[in-house]
Design a protein around this ligand. Sequence first.
Ligand code: PEP
Ligand code: MN
Length: 338
Amino acid sequence: MIIVLRPEATEKQIEHIVQRVTKLGLKPLVSKGTERTIIGVIGPEDILRATPLEVFPGVEKVMPVLSPYKLVSREFRKENSVIEIGRGIKIGSQEIIIIAGPCAIENYESLYEAAKSVKASGAKALRGGAFKPRTSPYTFQGLGEEGLKYLKDVGDKLGLPTVTEVMDTRDIELVARYADVLQIGARNMQNFVLLKEVGLTKKPVILKRGLSATVKEWLMSAEYILAGGNMNVILCERGIRTFEDSTRNTLDISAIPVVKQASHLPIIVDPSHACGRWGLVGPLARAAVAGGCDGLIIEVHPRPEEALSDGAQSLTPESFAELIPPIKQIANVLGRKV
Ligand code: PEP
Ligand code: MN
């Protein structure tokens, strides 16, 4: 249920409603927009139906929520959410943010090299995995804490916010200590225990779409994080499993406008994992920007042929640099910037 307050509702009136909702055993989540305040209520709606909240001073209307998700819905928040990911970089505004870096952090030097080059080309944040969700247990699993230290150091040196994956609830505290943004990988999109735990932090979260997840399931997963109190969620479309096997996954471009209609959360696109082949990353990145995404996350390695993971889909610093100008032009056409 969503309680929409009148523009002139006072703090005292808001507090009164929050207290009443809490007393009924329900959880109120207050969202202050530019024009008005909205209170999302979590819990069995029938309890509230017995209490006519419409009569409370300050309330404009009370709406039952039709969609299965509440806090992520456009009904809950009309304006686009803008998420600050560190060092003043914001995702969800007019500017399209490019995050780039290697699939995995392999050593300090190559991370620094990748970071320096992507920054010079216009990337605003650095990615790099320290805990890698590999299909085979015998392949490189990531450097763990050592990798996180490199990531923090390189981010600090170059003034770039950092993004890295957390796979296990036991590592959240550790990863949050070193990185600016927690990535939940596609394979963990429905790891509800992990989602609940990152929901208790205040760190921005990039929630990747599951390999075979519908948009609805993906938004329900985001709902877990918001319901825990962490509203800083950025969705990431990274391709889904289909019958098509000429690409690693199939980039679902339609997910961008579908998410934009259904939710206020920003959405970025990962063309690298979507296609699995470096030669397709540019066209897919351009299509994603044309489709209205708020950012891109792209794998770049100084020497892809030596990469310990995802070399086939990694761009060289040179091909990454070439990808940017056409993206800028497409963004301009849409009244946005890169
Ligand atoms: C990654 O970003 O390196 C990664 C493993 O992504 P995904 O979870 O989308 O497969
Ligand atoms: Mn990867």
